[in-house]
Design a protein around this ligand. Sequence first.
Ligand SMILES: [Zn+2]
Length: 372
Amino acid sequence: MVNRERLIDSFVKMVEIESVSGREGRFKDYLAELLRQRGLQVMEDQAGQALGGDAGNLLAAWPGSAKGPAILFCAHMDTVQPGIGIKACVTGDRITSAGDTILGADDKAGIAALLEAIDCINEQNLSHPDVEILFTVGEEQGLQGSKQFDYQLLKARMAFALDGGGNPGEIIIQSPCQNEIEYTAYGKSAHAGINPEEGINAIHIASQALAAMPCGRIDEETTCNLGIIEGGTARNIVADVCRVKGECRSLKRSKLDDLTNRLINIFKEEVEKRGGRAEVQVTFLYPELRLDQDEPVVQIAVRAAEKVGLKPVLTSTGGGSDASIINGQGIPCVNLGIGMRQVHTTNEYILIEDLLKDAEYIMEIIAQAAQA
Ligand SMILES: [Zn+2]
């Protein structure tokens, strides 16, 4: 079965190799070498150049002997900050950072567990179908790596992302699509004390527009937010510009589109009727993930969970992941909970039990695919 000491060692080594977004190079080289040692064919794509980072996405192919469908596993190589000088501490039932950095179980727990699964399958001479592995860069900065990747390179028609925050056994089959929205109101500057009547205050008219717009939870599948506001140049000058950054999300594309249009129209109308000029820029960040329970990829994830004694829980989440992008490319992709806890904080940790279970679960997914 899974080799506890080897997996812990391998995970600790991985988290102690720095790989903050845009600087994944050293970790990417390390992984490429591990994959090659195990007989996988490895290539790196051009995402590094495109994104101005020092590494591209890694794609590895593990040709199989079993008949089942080719499957893809995906995990991201980058971490958030503070991620420099990570020291992993194995204490009792868990692995934590030393307290001054994140741990990086997000997403190295997924990567370490996957490599352990490969080692176990090789050692036990188990048959497996064609397995492809995509290790992405820049996930934490808006899924940048997975957006750059060329999905034509893949043989797999189903995928498992190893990047969920929940318990092993949690299978994310729903997540929202998202628009980023930047609103700008332009007014006219004037001296605040001498001739304010000649100015149009962009901050004031933008605030009236914002007050007329919906914000927060719209319905059970739809939300929107205003996150950043800035404007003006000095206390005594009528502000001639005000910029606001916001977003909206929905599990349904039609609701996202409707809400986005509503927000744009209200902002423009309210700013213009007060003599200002409005600009709104919308960027579509990622598509929705919406899989049916009887989708083969979901079935395999559920069966494998049951087989290794995990409770399969089909669930939804409020954010995007590489699974959103892969799914948007027509490859049904679930995102699996791997037990990383309090991610993006210096309190991040993972239970050793969960890390071991992850490896066992991945082995069983491969076994189930071989039989499918
Ligand atoms: Zn992650």
